[in-house]
Design a protein. Structure first.
Length: 344
């Protein structure tokens, strides 16, 4: 059983408040966090046009946290690395060691370092494709692309994708988009008509999914309100968001990695009363609704037992970015970042 975290609100400098969650070993993201990740030495040089599978023999002892995050421009041909959570940029040597970009739908692209791009004084503070040329950060070009424009990507050194190969998402994007679109439309209609939003059509589950939900409910000791699949690997593994029914003031949403004999959780508890007072339970302006349709898993990497889950969570104020690793029934954070969408 995963120990529950306590919600904590902090205010990003010059921006709105983002609820964060702090665990003994996990810090849920916030632009105000001042903790700097331990530096990781760069040990690999950029790959040019080779594929991950053609690199030299697999490296041993690859650090799963030896990653960075970035976003692509409007053409999908260039990528700007995000600063760390304390707004400091990683060293040029480490930036140059990043050889691959893992982007949405688990697509991988070789990258080549170009230069450090300086911010212009009129920069809006938004980290999006429109402001790409105005922002600062280590700039790379995407080889053998393009990637999706304005995409969020994870940057990794040579050898990383041999140690942690990407697993294909067998839950088709068209089906995920259709489900999210229908959910958003029905939710908007309910809001306009000032009536309760009926989630019943989204609670229909296959027999195998019902069995998974039963396992989750037994593990957590509370009933599930909705099970929202995000990433499927074959017939036996899945990553999903789960919202549980409220227990008094206690709200709980979780990200879960489902395996045949194990469940690995990252819990996101909240207080309904405090959330209403603060303007959001999990994200600002979320009306205390666990917005699973705003969550995405760009990629799952690694072999069973030590898998990595690349997770993003879009909100009004920006995009949360976390890399988790499954360890002993938990999804433990190994890297984190944030893409603000408001003007600072």
């Amino acid at each position: 059983m995963v120990t529950h975290c306590n919600p904590m609100s902090v205010s990003p400098t010059g921006g709105p408040r983002l609820p964060t969650i702090v665990c003994a070993a996990i810090i849920y993201l916030s632009t105000a966090c001042q903790q700097q990740p331990a530096p990781v030495p760069a040990t690999a040089q950029n790959a040019q046009t080779a594929s991950p599978s053609s690199e030299s023999s697999p490296r041993t002892g690859v650090d799963p946290g030896d990653v960075a995050f970035g976003y692509t421009d409007s053409t999908g041909s260039r990528l700007l690395m995000l600063p760390q959570m304390n707004n400091n940029h990683i060293s040029e040597a480490r930036a140059k060691a990043m050889a691959w970009a893992v982007c949405s739908e688990g697509r991988e692209f070789p990258i080549r370092y170009l230069q450090f791009q300086k911010r212009i004084p009129a920069n809006s503070g938004r980290q999006d494709a429109h402001s790409f040329a105005d922002d600062d950060g280590h700039l790379s070009e995407i080889l053998q692309g393009p990637a999706v424009p304005a995409d969020t990507c994870m940057l990794v050194p040579a050898g990383y994708l041999q140690a942690f190969p990407i697993s294909k998402n067998d839950f088709p994007k068209v089906d995920r988009d259709r489900r999210s679109g229908e959910y958003g439309q029905r939710q908007a209609e309910a809001s306009i008509q000032k009536r309760p939003f009926d989630i019943t059509p989204f609670q229909s589950l296959s027999e195998s999914a019902r069995q998974v939900v039963h396992r989750i409910e037994q593990e957590k000791g509370r009933t599930a309100k909705i099970y929202w699949p995000l990433y499927r690997i074959g017939a036996s593994q899945e990553v999903a968001a789960v919202e549980f029914n409220a227990m008094g003031d206690s709200l709980l949403g979780s990200l879960v990695l489902v395996e045949p004999t194990r469940l690995s959780f990252f819990d996101m508890p909240a207080s309904l009363k405090k959330g209403r007072e603060d303007g959001g339970c999990w994200r600002i302006d979320d009306d205390c609704q666990f917005r699973y349709e705003a969550m995405d898993i760009p990629a799952v990497l690694g072999e069973p037992g030590r898998q990595l889950v690349f997770f993003t969570f879009a909100g009004y104020e920006g995009q949360l970015i976390v890399l988790f690793q499954s360890r002993d029934g938990k999804l433990v954070e190994v890297a984190r970042n944030y893409r603000p969408s408001w003007a600072r």
